[in-house]
Design a protein around this ligand. Structure first.
Ligand code: F6R
Length: 240
C-alpha cells in the first residue's frame, strides 16, 4: 500500500485529483467509483477545474458508493443531489453514465442486484475513491460487515448517524439505513484511493493501516488489495 501524508486538506485534494485525472487520461472511458461527504469536496472542485482546462469526462462512467434509504434524488441531502451539485453539473460526464444507487426503489433488494450487475456490465471499476468513517467504515459498511458483502441495504450505526447529523436540521432527520456497495464490491475495483483529513480520522487511519485485518475495522480489508493509495493530511496521519 502507498501511504502519502501531506500538509493539509488542499494538498490531499490535489494528490487525489491528480490520480483521478491520470486515470482518465490513460483510459478516457474509465469507470470511476465515487464517494460523498466532506472529504472529497476539494477533489471534485479540482476535477471541475481540470475539466475547464480540457480534461474530458464525456466517455467516463461513474458509480457512487451509496445512497440513503428514503431520500429521493431531488432531496437536498441525497447523495445523488450532492453529486449533481459538486461534480456532475461541473464536468461533461453524460447523465446516463452516472450511477447512484436508488434509496427509494420499491424493491431495494432488486435495486442492489441491479447495481452490482450494472458495475459488472461495464467491466468493473478502474479507480475507486473512498473516504473513511471515524469508525473506519468504507462506503456505509459499518464495523462487523462481512468482507464478502456486495451491494446491500445497511443499518447505520449511532456514531455514523451522529457524524452525519451536521448535514441535517436535526439528528432525527438522518436516515437510519442506506444502500451501500459492499466490501467485496469495493475490493473488486482495480485501483483504490482513500482520502482522509483531520484528527477525528487519525484512529481509523491507524487501525486501517497498522492494525489487524478484521471486519471490526472495515477499512483494514484494504491491506489485502494490490493497488491502494492512502492520501491523508498530517492530522489524520498523526498516529502512524
Ligand atoms: C460516502 C461514504 C462514507 C464517507 C465517510 C466519511 O459516500 O461512503 O464512507 O466517505 O463517512 O465522510 P466525511 O468525508 O464526511 O468525513
Amino acid at each position: 500500500m502507498n501511504v502519502v501524508v501531506v500538509n493539509n486538506f488542499d494538498r490531499m485534494s490535489e494528490e487525489a485529483a491528480k490520480l483521478m485525472v491520470a486515470q482518465i487520461r490513460s483510459k478516457p472511458n474509465s469507470v470511476l467509483g465515487l464517494a460523498t461527504g466532506s472529504t472529497p469536496l476539494g477533489v471534485y472542485r479540482l476535477l471541475a477545474e481540470y475539466h475547464q482546462r480540457g480534461v474530458d469526462f464525456s466517455s467516463v462512467t461513474t458509480f457512487n458508493l451509496d445512497e440513503y434509504v428514503g431520500l429521493a434524488p431531488a432531496h437536498p441531502q441525497s447523495y445523488r443531489h450532492y453529486m449533481e451539485e459538486n461534480l456532475f453539473s461541473k464536468v461533461n460526464v453524460r447523465k446516463e453514465n452516472t450511477h447512484v444507487p436508488s434509496g427509494t426503489a420499491p424493491d431495494l433488494q432488486a435495486e442492489c442486484e441491479r447495481y452490482e450487475q450494472a458495475i459488472r456490465q461495464v467491466g468493473g471499476i478502474d479507480l475507486q475513491l473512498l473516504g473513511i468513517g471515524s469508525n473506519a467504515h468504507i462506503g456505509f459498511n459499518e464495523p462487523g460487515t462481512p468482507f464478502g458483502s456486495t451491494t446491500q441495504v445497511v443499518d447505520l450505526t449511532e456514531s455514523t448517524i451522529k457524524d452525519n447529523a451536521r448535514f441535517f436540521a436535526s439528528p432525527d432527520e438522518v436516515p437510519t439505513q442506506a444502500v451501500s456497495m459492499g466490501i467485496k464490491s469495493i475490493m473488486r475495483a482495480k485501483n483504490i484511493v482513500l482520502i482522509a483529513y483531520g484528527g477525528s480520522k487519525a484512529e481509523a487511519i491507524y487501525a486501517a493501516l497498522r492494525g489487524p485485518v478484521t471486519p471490526k475495522v472495515p477499512a483494514s480489508v484494504l491491506q489485502l488489495h494490490p493497488s491502494v493509495t492512502f492520501v491523508v493530511d498530517q492530522a489524520a496521519g498523526s498516529k502512524l
